[in-house]
Design a protein around this ligand. Structure first.
Ligand code: PLP
Length: 513
């Protein structure tokens, strides 16, 4: 299948904008026009090249205006990860100019930074031979950086890396306060602020700060992948990461990604045009969030939000539902055509969130976390539809084998059909025929024994079987324990040692313990 054969799905509700965004039609138009018409190389001195240079120069001006940077460098990159590398290389190389005995010994980074930051620090620290110690700045339960910790360690830091807005939780750091602490204890330390998730959501005025490096990414705000930019303060040390060709005044070589730059041009135009009706204002985004919070809370009564909404951008919601793994919610949302992510989308195989772990939230919250994120271009109709589908997804979870099974037993009397009970990573299934008052138990974990016993005795169910589906010594012990509890003593002889009724005719193929 060719890329062109992949069709759009008009029914899809994309609520994973912190991972990436769709490209807006006016941005696609700017990109394709540039590819077709302004295809010149900005370094060429003929008219075709000059037209391309015009796009490059005007976009740079628009970028400066967008982030409030008059002096200093504004460099186009392939995205934020490249910007982060450039900042890290620049700071580490600068630190190495000091005599070995006088070098700063720490590289500080926020514990909830995007992984590109600590991994770049680790890589370049080793490769360039600074051999400083990487230290994560702790955050509190709200995800806010510990300024006392910074105050204590800043004087020894060769670089400090923090972020403006967290990609998993939307938590906003107080940059003014951070700046005060950092500069009070180390006026010259290179300070990088990852601004990827702030663009278009928080106003930025870099001139008014002493932020040394601010990397940005186009695809997080309706641009294509592979384009980004970085603002660098005048006073900041700078070492190019990519050399050869002299583009970007020798600061980042390689022929410029002009279609990508044209995309940023169209994006900045939209951002600066207050009359545009593409991007919603903050009040509207807040009202979207309120609507989603209400819908989620109604659909999942045991929901908890994993961040303080008062200190988060309105476009990100991170939540957990007790007793339901994020994978299960993801699956049922996916079936309802709602696209969200679990943990960090950039590492979707990871089932736990290191961000929530760093915030000190309980393990089950980190293992059940779902991130729902929209963007400034999200429309009211999409939010309305999302609310309807969230309820459908919750109903589907309750009515199918993925029933919400939590510590709240209020619904036990209503359980019917195939029910999943959870304990940690373990799933136990109850097959209930409520009308006939019969139940079969599959894979009962010992920790769930009390709950199962309660369901059976309170609902006066006849137990048809207590079985395990795979060889597992914990489970077989559990069955041994449960059989005499669940089955009346006069009937116990009717079951074999694996919990199967001896009279059963259609036993499926399970491995005995
Ligand atoms: N920083 C943050 C906070 C992000 O969310 C991301 C993307 O996931 C990045 C950096 C990396 O950006 P890019 O994909 O442009 O390299």
């Amino acid at each position: 299948m060719k890329p062109i054969d992949i069709q759009t799905n008009a029914n899809e509700l994309y609520l994973d904008c912190n991972a990436t965004t769709p490209v807006l039609p006016e941005i696609i138009e700017a990109v394709s026009h540039t590819m077709e018409t302004v295809f010149g190389n900005p370094s060429s001195s003929h008219i075709t090249g000059l037209k391309a240079r015009y796009i490059l120069d005007t976009t740079r001006q628009l970028a400066r205006k967008t982030v409030g940077l008059t002096s200093g460098r504004l460099i186009f990159t392939s995205g934020a990860t490249e910007g982060i590398q450039t900042a890290v290389v620049s700071a580490i190389y600068a630190a190495m100019q000091a005599e070995p005995g006088n070098r700063k010994t720490l590289l500080l980074y926020g514990a909830t930074e995007h992984k590109a930051v600590p991994q770049a620090l680790e890589h370049w620290n080793k490769l360039l031979g600074l051999n400083a110690q990487l230290v994560a700045i702790p955050v509190n339960r709200q995800g806010v950086l510990d300024t006392q910790f910074i105050a204590q360690h800043a004087k020894d830091a060769a670089m400090i890396c923090t972020m403006a807005v967290n990609n998993e939780t939307g938590v906003v750091q107080d940059l003014e306060q951070l700046e005060k602490v950092i500069r009070q204890h180390n006026p010259n330390v290179p300070w990088m602020v990852d601004c990827v998730q702030a663009l278009g959501k928080k106003a930025l005025n870099l001139d008014a700060t002493t932020i040394d490096y601010a990397p940005f990414s186009g695809h997080k705000l309706y641009g294509p992948k592979g384009i980004g930019f970085m603002a660098v303060r005048d006073a900041a040390p700078y070492t190019p990461l990519i050399i050869g060709g002299g583009q970007e005044s020798g600061q980042r070589s390689g022929t410029e990604n002009l279609p990508g730059i044209a995309a940023l041009n169209a994006l900045f135009e939209l951002m600066q045009d207050e009359s545009n009706n593409r991007f919603q204002n903050d009040d509207t985004l807040q009202s979207y969030r309120n609507q989603l919070v209400d819908a989620l809370s109604t659909a999942f009564p045991s929901i908890v939000f994993n961040h303080d909404l008062d200190i988060s951008v309105p476009t990100t919601l991170n939540f957990s539902v007790e007793g339901v793994a994020s994978r299960d919610i993801m699956d049922v949302f996916d079936a309802c055509q709602i696209r969200v992510s679990s943990g960090s989308a950039c590492s979707s195989k990871v089932t736990k969130s290191f961000v929530l772990d760093a915030m000190g939230l309980e393990e089950w919250r980190s293992g059940s976390a779902i991130r729902l994120s929209f963007g400034p271009a999200t429309q009211q109709e999409e939010i309305n539809e999302a609310c309807v589908r969230i309820q459908q997804a919750a109903d589907a979870l309750r009515n199918s084998c993925l029933i919400v099974a939590d510590t709240n037993n209020d619904n036990d009397a209503q359980l019917d059909g195939v029910v999943q009970l959870k304990y940690d990573d373990h799933c136990c299934y109850l097959i209930i025929d409520r009308e006939a008052r019969e139940i079969a138990v599959v894979d009962p974990h010992p920790a769930l024994a009390g709950r199962i016993e309660n369901i059976v005795s309170c609902q006066h169910y006849r137990v048809k079987a207590v079985v395990c589906s795979a060889a597992d010594s914990v489970m077989s012990q559990s069955i041994e324990l449960l059989l005499p509890i669940l089955i009346p003593s006069q009937s116990i002889d009717e079951y074999d040692v694996f919990g199967w009724p001896k009279t059963a005719t259609g036993v499926c193929d399970v491995a005995p313990v």
